[in-house]
Design a protein around this ligand. Structure first.
Ligand SMILES: [Zn+2]
Length: 379
């Protein structure tokens, strides 16, 4: 089974390269708008337009009417027709709204096919344009399918699509691990390791709030909007990177991984928790863990959300009736165990991994549904 994944990487183009990017974005935007406008005219004249017909028309006149389209990659003036067809297909089958015209500063991107670029280390190579520095190396190893270069505020990104053949088990060990996704720290592992949440997040969030407030007051000040976009891009990047580091570490070092299916909806009702959960990006964590486990062949177990990972003693199995969020240390009334709350929860999850759908889980009233759940995940 092959999968296509993409990795979005920040770029450091030179002045010349940036000028090229801007021009290619402009060409792609112009072509899209031309095609959409023409589509509408032809539709009104009952001509039944298709993207392919429009593309032929465009190519017949571009040498004379739009000679500047030749100054950038051919994809900038060809691919928008394919995208427009897709957009109309989605509109016709009811999955999207009617295609819109693109605006400068809002829709700055262009596509390139795999015959016009290459990736080596942290360099993106485009003929005639030379090597462009990337902030990270490509995360996946596989066949490059396409690239999309885009701009958010004044930052440039490339999103690289890579086709991967689902790899056989490439995990180093068969060891199992339980993970408690935390509020205090990003994650606590059952072996006692702790992953801290990225520090800069709080600082950026504060800044973001200030910008947002200012933006409401002065709607039209575009410089602030620009800065706001930049801040958001930074936060998303920091969060994504720390999660990728964590999920890559987990899937390379552990054959079996157990996490909890947090009741995110229930938790979002609580404001303070809501902020923390949103920051940490539980959904994103789970998404990454799922696809990386598929690729590397890890066994991923997602315990049902009412599995008592926090309330249960990881040593003797005794279950507390209540455990307040403020209680950071788990103290067992039955065997006297004293353990960090998150670590206790992580060990409980690891124990589920070892016992599978044994009677212990059934005793919690789960009827082996944990096992069924992870079969789906790995399907
Ligand atoms: Zn105990």
């Amino acid at each position: 089974m092959a999968v296509t994944l993409s990795h979005k990487i920040c770029l450091d183009p030179t002045y010349k390269q940036e000028q090229y990017f801007k021009q290619a974005c402009g060409t792609a935007r112009f072509t899209w708008n031309w095609a959409l406008n023409e589509w509408q005219h032809q539709y009104e004249s009952a001509l039944k337009p298709t993207a392919l017909k429009l593309k032929k028309q465009f190519n017949a006149i571009k040498k004379v009417d739009f000679p500047w389209t030749y100054e950038v990659t051919k994809y900038a003036s060809q691919q928008p027709f394919m995208f427009l067809q897709t957009a109309f297909n989605r509109f016709f089958n009811g999955t999207s709204s009617y295609p819109k015209f693109k605006k400068k500063g809002h829709h700055d991107s262009f596509y390139i096919g795999n015959d016009q670029f290459n990736v080596k280390g942290n360099r993106l190579k485009i003929p005639k344009l030379g090597a462009i520095k990337m902030h990270e190396t490509l995360r996946f190893c596989g066949e490059l399918v396409s690239g999309t270069i885009s701009r958010i505020a004044d930052k440039w990104f490339v999103s690289l699509s890579v086709k991967l053949e689902s790899a056989p088990t490439s995990c180093e060990s068969q060891a199992g691990v339980g993970i408690d996704l935390g509020i205090k720290s990003l994650a606590t592992l059952s072996d006692g390791e702790i992953f801290e949440a990225p520090k800069p997040l709080k600082k950026y969030l504060l800044k973001l709030k200030r910008f947002q407030r200012r933006l409401c007051r002065r709607q039209k000040e575009s410089h602030n909007r620009y800065k706001l976009k930049q801040q958001i891009a930074k936060i998303v990047n920091i969060r994504q990177n720390s999660l990728h580091q964590l999920t890559s570490y987990l899937t390379t070092h552990f054959g079996g991984i157990a996490i909890e299916d947090l009741n995110v909806k229930g938790m979002l009702a609580n404001h303070k928790l809501a902020r923390a959960i949103a920051d940490i990006g539980f959904y994103e964590f789970r998404r990454q863990l799922e696809y990386k486990s598929k690729l590397k062949g890890n066994y991923l177990l997602i315990a049902e959300r009412w599995f008592p990972s926090s309330k249960q003693c990881s040593a003797c199995g005794n279950k507390k009736a209540e455990l307040k969020l403020s209680e950071r240390v788990y103290r067992c009334d039955s065997c006297g165990l004293e353990l960090d709350r998150d670590l206790n929860a992580a060990i409980n999850l690891k124990n589920v991994l070892n016992t599978g759908s044994s009677s212990e889980i059934n005793a919690c009233g789960q009827d082996g549904s944990v096992a069924a759940c992870c079969d789906n995940q790995l399907g």
